[in-house]
Ligand binder design. Structure first.
Ligand SMILES: [Zn+2]
Length: 294
C-alpha cells in the first residue's frame, strides 16, 4: 500500500521510546506502519490510522537477530515460533555448533549432538536448496539464515566419526559445503568440542577455508575446548581468519570449569591481539550458565 498523509495508515504506534538499531540514543516518537513496512517515523499526532497503539513508557526496536540457535527443524515443526517472537526475535541463525538440518543424510540414528535438532525421521533435506524450499513453502514467523554444520557433513560421508576424515571424504564434504553455499547458506560451523567432531584435525577444518573464502562465507565455531586450553582453541579458530581472510565467529565464548573462573579478561584480550582490522568476533550468552548434551 502506498503511503499518503490523507489516507489512514494501518497502524500507528504512539509515544514509544524508539531504539533505531543503529546505536543511536533512543528518542520518543511515533511510528506508522502499512502492511509490513514502516512508512513514517517522527511526530505523527495528526496522522489517521486504523489502529492506534499507545506505547508511552514502552520501548520499540527493530526485531532482534538470535545469532546462536538450534532452531533448524523447530522453524518447520512450530512455524509460529512463539518462544522467539514473544521475546522480540524476528531472525534466527540456524546450523550452529557443527550441526545443521541440511545438507543431511541420516542413516539410522542421528549422531550426538545432531539428535538435539530432532529425530532421525525429521532429517529430510539432502541439500540446502530443499531445506530453503521447505521453509519458503511453510514460512515461519521468523526469518531464517542457515549455517552448514561440519558434524552433519562428516556424518554424510563418513562411516565412523571417531577418526579424522580421509582426503576423499574431505573432498566430498567440501563439495557439499560448496553446493550449500551456492544455494544461500551463510557459512560453516564446527562443534569441535563434541566427540563426533573432536577427532577432526586442524588440517581437516582448514581444508574448508578455500571454499569459504571463495564464497566470502563465515566460519563459526564451538571451540575445541572451553576449559583449560581455551586460548589454544581460540588460536585454532583465529588461524582460519589469518590463512583465508574470512570472518570468524567464536560461538558462546566462555571460560568453562573451575580452573577457568576469572579468566574472561584474558579471552577478551586475545581478540585485541588480533589487531584492529581483525575479522574475528564472538557471541555470548546473556546469562551465567550453559548446557550441553549427555
Ligand atoms: Zn555450541
Amino acid at each position: 500500500m502506498q503511503y499518503t498523509v490523507a489516507q489512514p495508515v494501518d497502524t500507528l504506534i504512539q509515544g514509544a521510546k524508539v531504539f533505531d538499531g543503529l546505536g543511536n540514543e533512543a528518542r520518543t516518537c511515533d511510528v506508522a506502519i502499512n502492511a509490513d513496512r514502516i512508512v513514517a517515523i517522527g511526530e505523527l499526532t495528526s496522522l489517521l490510522a486504523n489502529e492506534v497503539i499507545d506505547a508511552k513508557g514502552l520501548c520499540l526496536a527493530p526485531g532482534f537477530i538470535d545469532v546462536h540457535t538450534h532452531d533448524d527443524l523447530e522453524v518447520l515443526r512450530n512455524p509460529n515460533m512463539a518462544a522467539k517472537i514473544s521475546q522480540g526475535v524476528t531472525t534466527v541463525i540456524t546450523g550452529n555448533c557443527g550441526i545443521s538440518a541440511a545438507p543431511a543424510i541420516v542413516k539410522g540414528c542421528a549422531p550426538d549432538p545432531m539428535n538435539l535438532l530432532g529425530a532421525a525421521s525429521e532429517f529430510k533435506f539432502a541439500n540446502m536448496a530443499d531445506y530453503i524450499t521447505a521453509i519458503q513453502s511453510a514460512p515461519s514467523n521468523v526469518n531464517v539464515a542457515a549455517l552448514v554444520g561440519h558434524t552433519t557433513l562428516r556424518n554424510n560421508v563418513m562411516d565412523d566419526l571417531l577418526r579424522a576424515a580421509t582426503e576423499s571424504e574431505i573432498t566430498q564434504m567440501c563439495q557439499q559445503l560448496e553446493s550449500a553455499l551456492n544455494a544461500g547458506a551463510l557459512g560453516l560451523s564446527t562443534g569441535l568440542a563434541y566427540k563426533n567432531a573432536n577427532f577432526a584435525t586442524t588440517d581437516e577444518v582448514q581444508a574448508f577455508g578455500p571454499v569459504l573464502k571463495a564464497h566470502n562465507a563465515l566460519y563459526t565455531t564451538h571451540l575445541r575446548t572451553e576449559f583449560d586450553a581455551v586460548l589454544d582453541a581460540m588460536d585454532e579458530a583465529f588461524a582460519m581468519e589469518k590463512l583465508f581472510e574470512i570472518k570468524v565467529i567464536i560461538s558462546h565464548l566462555k571460560c568453562a570449569g573451575k580452573n577457568n573462573w576469572g579468566r574472561a579478561p584474558e579471552l577478551i584480550e586475545r581478540f585485541s591481539v588480533q589487531g584492529a582490522h581483525s575479522r574475528c568476533s564472538c557471541d555470548a550468552y546473556p546469562y551465567a550458565a550453559s548446557s550441553s548434551t549427555l
